[in-house]
Design a protein around this ligand. Structure first.
Ligand SMILES: [Zn+2]
Ligand SMILES: [Zn+2]
Length: 251
């Protein structure tokens, strides 16, 4: 399994970080987790092609996680591909229907199949050789984290969340945990993660994962990246890395 961070930023523009997106290449299938604004361009820059995606899997429906989906469907349509599988939390069908309402000229052009998921669900995207498990996150009513497993390798992607027991449980034994870390140490925050919120959770639930990648960085994190890694490493023995756009790793 190979993963490429496409977007490691948030709704506020920053140099070198577009909004959320993680590309997972299982060898047999290409899966895109979240598709915020800027991700379509990053797919091109990564050397992959948007027309080769098997599925788009959404953690939640905030704009910085779905903003480029319509642009991606249109890019596919412009070169002759109209079908797409989209997996997402409860509400994804309604979001898609309402979004399409706005763009009259695109109506009926795409053949999109949407599957709505709930915490504890397990699925395999069509034509894919991996299995994906879902868990509830502490962000919106329906937001989900995902665990991808293939050939005894596994990765977890949290999307947006406060540190929570559900995500810790989902991560047990994973090779890679991609956890959001929106704000720096000591920043007062709910619904997102700071390094100290994360380590409070680690004290209660020691994490059995090999590596942690921190993503979804707000501009307030600029200059505080090393401090975040240093703080988390006091509570976690494995490798901790601040993710960057277009960073690529093999699992
Ligand atoms: Zn969000
Ligand atoms: Zn977000």
């Amino acid at each position: 399994m190979e993963l490429t961070f496409l977007g490691t930023g948030v709704g506020i523009p920053q140099a070198d970080r577009v909004q959320s997106g993680v590309l997972v290449d299982t060898g047999d299938s290409l899966l895109l987790f979240d598709c915020g604004c800027g991700v379509l361009g990053r797919i091109y820059e990564s050397g992959y092609e948007h027309k080769d995606l098997n599925a788009i899997i959404i953690t939640h429906l905030h704009l910085d996680h779905v903003g480029d989906i319509l642009a991606l469907l249109k890019a596919n349509w412009l070169i002759g591909r109209t079908d797409m599988q989209i997996y997402g939390p409860q509400g994804t069908k309604d979001w898609y229907a309402k979004t399409m309402e706005v763009y009259d000229y695109l109506k009926g052009r795409f053949n999109v199949e949407i599957t709505e998921l709930s915490p504890e669900d397990k699925f395999s995207p069509e034509d894919s050789d991996c299995t994906i498990r879902c868990a509830k996150t502490a962000h919106t009513d329906s937001s989900l984290a995902y665990r991808v497993e293939q050939k005894r390798k596994s990765l977890v992607y949290t999307g947006d969340t406060e540190p929570c027991e559900e995500v810790m449980g989902l991560s047990e034994g994973a090779d890679v945990l991609i956890h959001e870390c929106s704000f720096p140490l000591g920043f007062p925050m709910t619904n997102h993660t700071t390094p100290d919120m994360f380590t409070l959770m680690l004290e209660e639930h020691p994490l059995d994962v090999k590596e942690i990648y921190l993503t979804h960085l707000y501009p307030q994190m600029q200059g505080h990246e090393r401090e975040a890694v240093y703080h988390i490493k006091k509570y976690f023995e494995g490798k901790v890395t601040i993710a960057k756009d277009l960073m690529n790793l093999k699992i």
